[in-house]
Design a protein around this ligand. Structure first.
Ligand SMILES: Cc1ncc(COP(=O)(O)O)c(C=O)c1O
Length: 400
């Protein structure tokens, strides 16, 4: 089928939930993808922070192939070996003691919200159920996670939002402190606000949040759906801050491209998720767990990929720093951690994203649309970055 025909049929058969670029991608390898006409693109979006190992990493592909031949799905009423192995990998490499598996970031956050409320209910009784999240946060599109998302533009027309949620300013401990009441049970934050515009808080912010949570007996939930799985140069972004949350949500990079989410927590919290409290039919099924095991093992093996992420981050930030100086009138700021990077422009970024696409480079947008978002596979190389910079320079020269 030609792209034009696919676009026509998409218009006819799909709900128009996405403003799509007129490109149909068919194949991927490493940091490159090809469309149905064979045109090659350098992928600096990585499925929006999903393809941490690049496209079709051989270990993930083989794990999926082998698992697909053996067993695709069984109910969580039985033990699933791959799920246990994956939980063990997450637990031994994080603060957490136990894991619950689901299918997406929103579901992982739903599970986090539910477990926090249940914990508070069991320990302190009813009525202490409020969750505080941050303005400009993004936690998902289900009703509870949409309510937790501190951006009215996503909520518009879907009101009423759910009761029991409140917002504070991000990276402002006093704002959080003044939002806490006797009804608060948890604080839910992204270590870096990604979707909201790549906002990186002060180095001691999460430590102050942890201290406040301890002082007020609140659970600290970190949404690492986008920052987790090596994205910021450590397996999880909380590791940069020297503190540990009580609950963490994961998805995106976890399955190396296979759809899986996880909510992990410390024992005292995990204990409240007893049989019949929470469940997911597909959550942690053998197929996606096999992909996630291969992804984490590859990420951790001899540290090569995290090292590469850190090296490429330093190189990319240095080159972008120079780009900012050269295009002072157009580029306001460059910020990032690992390979989660935002380039804030003076104006709407969409024409720049389109111009990059025309030149065979995929990038994304964040925030109010004026921030170009880069979330490439962690295996990108210097020559890919050089190419990206050449393209960005050309685009910044030509797009007004
Ligand atoms: C921080 C964060 N949380 C949650 C989500 C929602 O994840 P999903 O789209 O898998 O439901 C996203 C998606 O962009 C995210 O960036």
């Amino acid at each position: 089928m030609e792209t034009r025909k696919i676009v026509e049929e998409a218009d006819q058969y799909l709900m128009p939930t996405y403003s799509r670029f007129p490109v149909a991608l068919r194949k991927g390898r490493g940091a490159r993808v090809w469309d149905i006409h064979g045109r090659e693109y350098l992928d600096f979006l990585g499925g929006i922070a999903v393809n941490v190992l690049g496209h079709c990493h051989p270990r993930v592909v083989v794990a999926l192939q082998k698992q697909a031949q053996r067993l695709l799905h069984v109910s969580n009423l039985y033990y699933i070996e791959q799920q246990v192995r994956l939980a063990k990998l997450l637990v031994t490499n994080s603060f957490a003691d136990k894991a619950f598996f689901c299918n997406s970031g929103a579901e992982a956050n739903e599970a986090a919200i539910k477990i926090a409320r249940r914990y508070s209910w069991e320990r302190y009784g009813a009525g202490r159920s409020e969750i505080i999240s941050a303005i400009d946060s993004f936690h998902g599109r289900t009703m509870a996670t949409l309510t937790a998302t501190g951006q009215t533009k996503f909520q518009k027309g879907f009101e009423p939002m759910l009761p029991g949620f409140k917002y504070c300013a991000f990276d402002d401990i006093e704002s959080l402190r003044s939002a806490v009441t006797s009804e608060t049970c948890a604080v839910m934050l992204e270590p870096i606000q990604a979707e909201g515009g790549v906002h990186i808080p002060a180095a001691d912010y999460l430590r102050h949040v942890r201290e406040l949570c301890d002082e007020k007996n609140l659970l600290m939930i970190l949404d690492e759906v986008q920052t987790g799985m090596g994205r910021t140069g450590k397996l999880f972004a909380y590791e940069h801050s020297g503190i540990q949350p009580d609950i963490m949500s994961l998805a995106k990079g976890l399955g190396g491209g296979a759809p899986i989410g996880a909510m992990v927590a410390v024992d005292k919290v995990a204990a409240v998720f007893q049989p019949k409290t929470h469940a997911s039919t597909f959550g942690g099924n053998p197929l996606v767990c096999a992909a996630a095991i291969a992804t984490i093992e590859t990420l951790l093996e001899d540290g090569y990929i995290l090292d590469q992420c850190n090296r490429m981050s330093a190189y990319l930030m240095e080159r972008l720093g120079r780009l900012k100086e050269d295009y002072e009138g157009k580029v306001i700021d460059v910020r990032g951690s690992g390979l989660l990077i935002g380039i804030e422009l003076m104006r709407d970024g969409l024409p720049y994203v389109n111009a990059c696409l025309e030149r065979g480079v995929l990038i994304g947008l964040a925030g109010n649309g004026s921030v170009l978002r880069l979330t490439p596979p962690l295996i990108i190389e210097e020559r890919d970055i050089d190419h990206l910079i050449d393209v960005l320079e050309d685009v910044l020269d030509k797009v007004p």
